[in-house]
Design a protein around this ligand. Structure first.
Ligand code: ATP
Ligand code: MG
Length: 420
C-alpha cells in the first residue's frame, strides 16, 4: 500500500471488473452508433456560468454539487457535473446546427463530477454515456431515444428495470401549473429552504425525497391536468410510438427531474435492485436550453445513462456478461535462447491479431504455467533448449491439458487455424 488512497467518493476500475465497465459503455453506445448518432467529446471542465445557466441556478447540482474553482488566470471553471450543457455549447460553437440536416444527433461517454454524499451508487466521480438530438421537435425523436436506451439495457441482459414517463408541459401550460402548485405549496408546513425552493422552482419540491414532505404532497395539483392541447397531443404520440415498439413504460405524473431545462417529455429508468439510488438513467426534452445559453431556438431531447449504476444493476440481477478471455495464447520460454525465439513468435502472433502474452521475468516453469492459467489463455506454447534443438515448441491445450510438439516454423499457422 502507498501513502495515498483514491479520494473520498471515488473508486478505481481494475481488471478484471473493469472489462464489465467497458462492455457496458459499449453496449449503451452500440444502438446509438447504429441510429445516426456521431461521437462527441468535450472538455472535462467548462465555464461555471455555462452550468449555472444550462443546468439551473436553483438545482442541487449547481448550488451544492459543483466542483468550481478559479484558475491562475482568474477564470471561473467547474468540473463538468453533466453532459448536456457542454454538448449543446460545443454544437452551437461549431455551428453544427447550421451545417446540415437537423436534428444534430450526438453521443458521448465520459467522467462526471459532483460533490455528493458518497454512498453505494452515488459517487463524486462517475461515468455516463449520453445522447442528444438537437434541433427538432418530433415525438418520434423522443420515442427513438427511449427505445434505444431500452434496447441497450436489454442487450446487457437487464430485466428488472422500469421506464417512468411524464410530460412537463411547455411555456404555454407550465406557468399556469407552476402558479397552482405554488399556491398549494405555500399552504404546507415546510422548512425555510423548501419554501424558498417553492418560490424559485416549485416543481422540484415534488422531487423531494423526504417522507414528511412527500406525505404533504398527496393532494398536490398534477401537471397532467394542466397540459395544453399541443402538449397533450405530443405526449400521446410519444406514448403510442414506444408502445408500438413493444417498449413498456409507466406513466408517472409525479416525475420531475433535477434539471431546470426540461420541457414536455421526461423519463427516468429505474432499477428495482438498487435500493435508494434506483435511477440508472434519465432524460427528456429541453426545448428552452439553447436560448438559455445564448443560442437560437433549438428544441432538443436527450438522455444520460449512468455506467456505475448499470454495473451495479447487472450485479443485482446476477447477470454475468459473456466477456471473451483477454488472452488466447501464452508463451513460456525456458532459458535465454527460448526467450528470444518465443518473443519473436509472440510478436508475429500479435501482428495477426491473436491476443498473446509472454512469461516475463524469467520465472520457472511452474510459476509461468500458473500465470498462463490465470491469463485464461486457450493455448500455451512452451519451449526449452531441447525443444529448440529439435526445431519444435510444445503446444499445450489449456482446456484438455493435451500437449504435443509442433514445428517452430509451423506453430504460428497452427495456432491461427486452431483459434479459427
Ligand atoms: P439522482 O436522483 O440519483 O441524484 P440525478 O437525477 O442527479 O440522479 P442525472 O443527472 O439524471 O441523475 O444523471 C443521469 C444518471 O447518471 C443517473 O440516473 C445515474 O445513473 C447517474 N448518476 C448521477 N449522479 C451520480 C452519482 N453521484 N454517482 C453515480 N451515478 C450518478
Ligand atoms: Mg443527483
Amino acid at each position: 500500500m502507498s501513502t495515498f488512497k483514491a479520494p473520498k467518493g471515488t473508486y478505481d476500475l481494475l481488471p478484471p471488473d473493469s472489462a464489465t465497465f467497458l462492455a457496458v459503455r459499449e453496449a449503451i453506445a452500440r444502438p446509438l452508433r447504429n441510429s445516426g448518432y456521431g461521437y462527441i467529446e468535450t472538455p472535462g471542465f467548462e465555464s461555471v456560468e455555462l452550468f449555472a445557466r444550462g443546468v439551473g441556478e436553483s438545482t442541487d447540482i449547481v448550488t451544492k454539487e459543483m466542483y468550481a474553482f478559479e484558475t491562475k488566470g482568474g477564470s471561473r471553471l467547474a468540473l463538468r457535473p453533466e453532459g448536456t450543457a457542454s454538448v449543446l455549447r460545443a454544437a452551437l460553437e461549431a455551428n453544427l446546427h447550421k451545417a446540415g440536416n437537423l436534428p444534430v444527433k450526438l453521443w458521448y461517454s465520459g467522467s462526471y463530477y459532483r460533490y455528493e454524499r458518497p454512498q453505494k451508487g452515488r459517487y463524486r466521480h462517475f461515468s455516463q454515456v449520453g445522447a442528444e438530438a438537437i434541433g427538432a421537435e418530433d415525438p418520434a425523436l423522443d420515442a427513438e431515444l427511449i427505445i434505444l436506451a431500452d434496447q441497450a439495457y436489454r442487450s446487457l441482459g437487464l430485466r428488472n428495470f422500469r421506464i417512468l414517463l411524464n410530460s412537463l408541459g411547455d411555456k404555454e401550460c407550465r406557468p399556469v401549473y407552476r402558479a397552482a402548485l405554488q399556491d398549494f405549496l405555500r399552504g404546507l408546513d415546510l422548512d425555510e429552504e423548501t419554501l424558498r425552493r417553492a418560490e424559485i422552482n416549485p416543481l422540484r419540491v415534488l422531487d423531494d425525497k423526504r417522507p414528511d414532505v412527500q406525505k404533504q404532497l398527496t393532494d398536490a395539483p398534477i401537471l397532467r391536468d394542466y397540459l395544453c392541447d399541443a402538449c397533450k397531443a405530443y405526449h400521446e404520440e410519444v406514448r403510442e410510438l414506444i408502445t408500438a415498439a413493444g417498449v413498456s413504460f409507466e406513466d408517472d405524473a409525479r416525475l420531475v427531474r433535477g434539471l431546470d431545462y426540461y420541457t414536455r417529455t421526461t423519463f427516468e429508468f429505474v432499477h428495482d435492485g438498487l435500493g435508494a439510488q434506483s435511477a440508472v438513467g434519465g432524460g427528456g426534452r429541453y426545448d428552452g436550453l439553447s436560448e438559455m445559453i445564448g443560442g437560437p431556438a433549438l428544441p432538443s431531447v436527450g438522455w444520460a445513462l449512468g455506467v456505475d449504476r448499470t454495473v451495479l444493476a447487472l450485479e443485482a440481477e446476477g447477470v454475468e456478461l459473456p466477456l471473451p478471455s483477454v488472452t488466447s495464447v501464452y508463451a513460456v520460454p525456458l532459458g535465454e535462447e527460448a526467450r528470444r525465439v518465443l518473443f519473436a513468435k509472440v510478436t508475429e502472433l500479435r501482428k495477426l491479431g491473436i491476443s498473446t502474452d509472454f512469461a516475463y521475468g524469467g520465472k520457472g516453469l511452474k510459476g509461468a504455467m500458473k500465470n498462463a492459467n490465470r491469463s485464461g489463455a486457450r493455448f500455451a506454447i512452451v519451449a526449452g533448449e531441447r525443444d529448440l534443438a529439435e526445431g519444435v515448441v510444445q503446444l499445450k491445450d489449456m482446456e484438455s491439458g493435451d500437449q504435443a510438439p509442433v514445428g517452430l516454423n509451423e506453430i504460428v499457422a497452427e495456432l491461427e487455424t486452431r483459434l479459427g
